[in-house]
Design a protein around this ligand. Structure first.
Ligand SMILES: [Zn+2]
Ligand SMILES: [Zn+2]
Length: 122
């Protein structure tokens, strides 16, 4: 069981499975929505993602994506894509222990910032 939540603690969630896909996303939307150079995500079947407290403020950030964040502290926590309705993307660094799910790949590297150096990228 992995647990996580937002910075202020209003939102708490649990994830019950293992073996999740992980990535660092370097797209410009993740960057702007987080205020960070890239965002680490893991991908969870919706049946394994449970919100145990709080509710998300939702932002339709693109034609096919909705981002969920804490309305009180602003932490980005989820992203749901209409094109992939079975799963929910969760920010790795909203986990209590992000070391549990290191990002294995990088996506949208065409828009990766030139000053980002990642040790696992060849
Ligand atoms: Zn919060
Ligand atoms: Zn992205």
């Amino acid at each position: 069981m992995l647990e996580g939540g937002c910075f202020c603690g209003a939102i708490r969630y649990e994830v019950s499975g293992t073996g999740y896909e992980t990535c660092n996303c370097h797209c410009s939307m993740c960057r702007r929505a987080s205020g960070a150079p890239f965002v680490a995500w893991f991908v969870v079947p919706k049946s394994e993602f449970k919100v145990v407290s709080g509710t998300f403020k939702e932002l339709r950030s693109s034609e096919h994506g909705i981002r969920g964040f804490c309305a009180d502290c602003g932490t980005p926590v989820t992203c749901e894509l209409d094109t992939d309705p079975e799963v929910i993307d969760v920010t790795t660094c909203s986990l209590d222990d992000p070391e549990q799910l290191p990002s294995k790949t990088d996506v949208h590297t065409d828009t990766q910032l030139s000053w980002i150096r990642l040790s696992h990228v060849s």
